[in-house]
Design a protein around this ligand. Structure first.
Ligand code: ATP
Ligand code: MG
Length: 562
């Protein structure tokens, strides 16, 4: 009898909320309160401090033109302020970089957390290249959002506004000229940046094609010589480097034109304001009139105001690519996760329930139905072999039993508990899964058996190795169990034995064996089967085999869809 509450729980369970980028950023801000406060102070401080040196310089010039001595303290203050401007700006940049790194770290951790909790279907669907670009490229765009994007943009806007406000009090006419000129400057800068970016992307593509052409030529060199295609390959290479050269030329052109245009614009604004301030017209002077000191100060401000306008364009670009990156990361965060249920604590040894039970199970991968209304009972201590044609769904049964996939209909119980409710941490004590091929993990022979589980003792490792007949082979290695594993270290049969040792070391209640002798010769197969017999004693075993020689216990034949 199964506890009906398990079925209820299966429908009532909840998926964990996806950790969206915004949440990760907000949590980082909350965890890094001091850093966030420091950035805010540094941003505001850098804007305010940068306003002071031109004002002091103006005062110095006015004092000199009035024929008075400039106090040494004022000169010291001027240089002090210049130094302070540099210091606050570099503090701001350092704190922003630090903050960006914290965001990157938090995002990558959440992405990995998400990745390992995805459903098996979703993990299978991931394309490695796309996945890497989420973890690397997209996270970098979010880091850039903070280091070169949104905060710098805020700082630049503050800088532009504060300079305009200060100039307004010094020279209203100049403020009006700047208000007219800055939007034009911004549009021009943005246009140049867009063109440069397009040229840079084209260049990168052309360089990619050109660098791909070299290994391609090398790879096919015999075919090229046989078919006399040398000229063709040469011309194609010329075309790629020609495209790259043209794109580079365009980038260089914009780069070369932009700076002089800005310098000329700067000079023109200064010249216009100076000319107007020198006219005798009282009306014009009411707007443009100023002292020599003020003139020096405003010239200083004009060159200061051009830089943030130039930066704004790049910051918009950074923000745009960060938005696209955030969008892609959020899509990943929204993928379905494995459902977590905590029914392990409620596990009861129900003597009426079979050890394993498939109850009216229907399952398919997407549209492709593999099992339909399947029923299977395996009693504790029983040994069952699943046999059937290729593609009949034998390995699928194992995966369902391991809780990697969930049936679309029906339930699978292990000791009366739905397998999808098994806690991940308890699984190794429950299942020993031996696949057809062995998957090496980085590390030593011991690591292959323990899978880094520190609770498994050396004694247990030795017992498992002995059980599978590998003890002598391992001990004859120079470093024994501490030998670093490479694919050549063991033969295929030995790897298979190691795979059994890996499954057996945690003394699981249920052994699942998926065609583990399929690729072995008759002698090695016997060796592996002997090892299996020893490991299978007093255990429930479900195995898959195509060969009669490897069949164990009761045979269950699958006829395609069952
Ligand atoms: P074999 O004896 O060849 O190992 P099998 O009985 O173990 O065959 P399964 O591996 O269970 O067969 O596959 C059953 C069907 O499910 C096959 O048609 C296979 O194409 C399909 N299938 C298996 N794994 C997936 C998957 N991850 N995604 C989509 N379809 C799958
Ligand atoms: Mg199979």
């Amino acid at each position: 009898m199964k506890n009906p509450s398990y079925k209820k729980d299966q429908t009532g369970r909840q998926n964990r909320k996806p950790g969206r980028v915004r949440t990760v950023i907000w949590n980082t801000v909350k965890c890094q309160k001091w850093l966030s406060a420091g950035i805010l102070c540094a941003v505001v401080g850098a804007v305010v401090v940068a306003l002071l040196p031109p004002l002091i310089l103006g005062k110095i010039v006015d004092t000199i033109t009035a024929g008075r001595m400039v106090p040494f303290a004022i000169i010291l203050l001027y240089f002090g302020m210049l130094a302070l401007t540099g210091i606050t700006e570099s503090i701001r940049e350092s704190l922003l970089t630090l903050f960006g790194q914290k965001i990157t770290h938090a995002l990558r951790s959440s992405l990995m957390e998400k990745f390992v909790s995805l459903t098996t279907e979703n993990i299978n669907r991931q394309e490695p290249g796309m996945l890497v670009s989420r973890f690397v490229g997209d996270v970098d765009t979010v880091e850039n959002l903070f280091t070169f994007g949104i905060i710098s943009m805020f700082a630049d806007v503050c800088k532009i506004i504060s300079i305009l406000v200060v100039i307004w009090y010094q020279n209203r006419g100049l403020t009006l000229v700047l208000l007219m000129l800055l939007p034009i400057l911004f549009v021009f800068t943005r246009q140049v940046q867009k063109n440069m970016l397009t040229a840079q992307i084209e260049n990168r593509k052309a360089v990619g094609r050109a660098s791909g052409h070299v290994p391609e030529t090398l790879h096919n060199i015999r075919t090229i010589h046989c078919l006399a295609k040398e000229r063709y390959m040469e011309e194609r290479y010329d075309q790629y480097i020609g495209e790259s050269y043209q794109a580079m030329e365009r980038t260089n052109f914009y780069d070369a034109v932009y700076s002089p245009v800005i310098l000329i614009l700067n000079a023109v604004v200064v010249a216009i304001v100076m000319l107007l301030s020198a006219t005798g017209n009282a009306k014009v002077l009411s707007l443009f009139g100023m002292s020599a000191g003020t003139a020096v100060a405003v010239m200083n401000y004009i060159s200061q105001i051009f830089t943030p306008v130039e930066s704004l364009g790049m910051e918009i670009q950074t923000i745009q690519s960060a938005i696209a990156g955030i969008h892609r990361i959020n899509e990943f965060f929204e993928l379905e996760e494995k459902k977590i249920r905590n029914l392990q604590e409620e596990q009861k040894d129900d003597i009426h329930s079979p050890f394993v039970e498939f109850e009216d199970v229907t399952f398919g991968y997407d549209e492709h139905m593999v099992l339909e209304h399947m029923n299977l009972k395996v009693e504790q201590g029983e040994q069952v072999t699943l046999s059937g044609r290729t593609g009949a769904g034998k390995s699928t049964i194992m995966k369902l039993l391991l809780g990697l996939y969930e049936p679309q209909q029906g339930q699978i119980f292990l000791q009366g508990i739905p397998v999808s409710a098994m806690r991940e941490t308890g699984k190794r004590k429950l299942y020993g899964y031996v696949e057809q091929s062995f998957h090496i993990v980085p590390g030593t022979v011991r690591d292959q058996i323990t899978l880094y589980d520190k609770t498994i003792t050396d004694r247990q490792v030795q017992v498992a190795a002995e059980l599978t007949g590998l003890k002598d082979t391992i001990e004859s290695l120079e470093h024994g169990y501490d030998t670093e594993c490479t694919p050549e270290l063991f033969s295929q049969g030995q790897w298979q034995l190691l795979s059994i040792a890996r499954a057996a070391v945690s003394e699981p209640k249920l052994l699942l064996l998926d065609e583990i002798t399929a690729n072995l010769d008759a002698e090695t197969e016997q060796e592996v089967l002997q090892a299996l017999k020893r490991v299978s004693e007093n255990r429930t075993v479900i195995s898959i085999s195509h060969r009669n020689s490897a069949e164990m216990g009761r045979i269950v034949r699958l006829l395609g869809k069952i």
